[in-house]
Write a protein that binds this ligand. Sequence first.
Ligand SMILES: C[S@@+](CC[C@H](N)C(=O)[O-])C[C@H]1O[C@@H](n2cnc3c(N)ncnc32)[C@H](O)[C@@H]1O
Length: 727
Amino acid sequence: MSSSSMDTVNSCELSPEQHEVIYEDSLGLEGQTPPKQVKEDLLRVHTRNLDLAKKSKYLRKDFVLPAAYSPCTASLDTLQKVCYPYYAVRYNTESNQISLFDLRLGTHHRGCFITARTITSSYLSTSLITILEDDTGTVARLIQAYQLPFTSFTKSSIPINSTIAIKEPCCQFNGKDDWVIRVDHPSDIAVLGGDDEAVAMIVEFADGGKEISAMKWKEAGDRAYLGGKFLSAVECYTQAIDNSASDQAFQKAVLRKRAFANLTAKCFQVAKGDVLASCSDDHEPSDEKAYFCAGRAAYELGLYTESKQHFEKALQLKPSDLKTQKELQRVQTRTLESEQGMYDFASTVNSVKTGQVHLDYADFVSNTKIRESPGKGRGLFATKDIHRGEIVMVERAFCLPDLYTSDQDQGDGELGMWNFNTNSKTRRPAQAPLFIDLLRKVSEDEGEAKRFFDLDGGGYIRTGKEGEVVDGAVVVDSFLVEATRLLNTFSCPRLSLDLLNPKTSFNSSSSALSTGLWVHAAYINHSCTPNAIRSFLGSIMVIRSTRFVSKGEEILHQYRASNAKFLKRKEIFEQNWGFTCSCRLCTAESKSSRERHEERARLVDKLKKEVMRSGGNGTGVSMARIKSVEKLTRKLDMLHEPEIYDGIPRLLLIHPCIWLMERYRERGEWEMIVRYAGDVLRNFGFVGGLINASRLGLNYEKGIMNTEAMRALTAMCEGHRKLGERV
Ligand SMILES: C[S@@+](CC[C@H](N)C(=O)[O-])C[C@H]1O[C@@H](n2cnc3c(N)ncnc32)[C@H](O)[C@@H]1O
């Protein structure tokens, strides 16, 4: 399989336990009052599970997405009151507030919210679990189903004594006499951390109405910043600014502090706004740091021209500043990349090899434009003529877990995810972490959320509010995030270049794959006979044209590797992406009878068995085995009707020919290498060109160019060289 296949999930059987979760609503409990929870019993269970959680090897590592329900999109003025701004905590006066006691089983309490306090810390089961108690003394278990802390247990757990608000809570049956409040959407919950000094101060202020001076807020902000609680620091600085109406110098200083807190919290847009608001029109020398901060924020937002202007201003105020000089140089490089597509990839190949996946390059997308593609939704189109081999676009990953695995190590220890909407389970270990990471990213940034939610979510029904800010939080629908992940993500090797090395086996660590999202590239539609090919340098996706693409032509690449059997390939596209491919190859192959397709498929299976009997790949395959594979390959060749396959790729023949080419390479039989390399190219569709020792004419209009075709070309060159012929 080619390394550059798009992501898929496999449907699979669900365990009875998991079925129980899906069908819980069919137990007829909807609307019933949940059984009363006894606090001491719950705490005992919690302590035991917490102990288990610490010995995390006992934990199941898969988690579950139940049937979809949409997040709260109405403003209940809840999260805002509880969390933003902090000082407005007045959670007992709302008319649409209900208590834990009012909850009904299997009922989505639309238009309502609850608030409560955590009386334990969280522990991890298949999701994150915490116990809540509200003002009436009722206790309940809270499951944050979307938040699986796959990297560090403590990072996303809720500390004891935190104040929590849950919008439109849903109370679910969880086995005999047991019930839980389950939150699936990050925007449905807000947490005021119980371990946060600033929060304690805010709650005290809100409860007691105690006046706090601007200076005290500023000091609390400084402490929160030093303690790494950047969002609390931002809140405290906001209070400091709001409470110091007439002191402009103080306001300006605090505005800058807030900008740095936002910069550190990666809220770049706000950081930039704050810091620029703190600068004076006549550029005081003290503004140098502010312009530096604005330059950094603009850089992170990919606004390189603006970033450059801020760094230049900073340098005007302090020309000798080495840090700013370095930043200016860096931003100039990014500008060349983003405006002209000029990249120095070679300098980072080694750092990718040594494990640095996330690279600092700018996106280059100006050669392309998103617009309607008849019959395919939207697609990506060339804005200028693009020559063969030229860069079509370059993009940094939106999200990409640094978790590369080969097909062999889909280990039990890895995180998995069951999706009851699609009745499927994640296949590659990186897929579940990618889902979590996408949730985090879209929850944190409105701009990124808008970009993400514009992507194709298939048939998922939207409320239209996804990505908007309601009650101070970006509305995030976890199920839509998952539906979008399924359709738009790509499998990727760490370094595509490694796959061109003939010594790279398809099961080696160099061919291990992760899964990521590249938002601009996700608009590209599929074709089995594409005009573009993607490759990866860590988190950077580079798309090049494989033939001349004229201005206005649609850019198309392959979602999956090209070795699939026609009927299977058709089924995969229909099942995973909901379309029937109408490319030149699929249109031609659809003319061959089902019986003939099945006959070829049976022969391919036989061929595979024959290859596997020799131990698959590797040296020491007997000549008898090679001859037997050759015989079957010839038979397979004969099963391709010339009236259909003349002039088009014959995908089923590619892998047998590659296998034969490699076996002859091991034996040093160069004539046979040249012959089978030629067959590989012919079967990729490079027909009509002259392929001989003196001239290699490839018909790029018709052939499919990918890593395997490149390997065949390399082998052919090597063969001719060894034979002493000119290439
Ligand atoms: C990754 S998205 C591509 C962008 C998408 N067309 C859009 O409007 O956002 C994948 C979806 O595009 C559509 N698509 C991709 N290739 C197609 C093709 N060759 N024919 C028809 N639809 C296609 C399918 O609906 C598929 O699920």
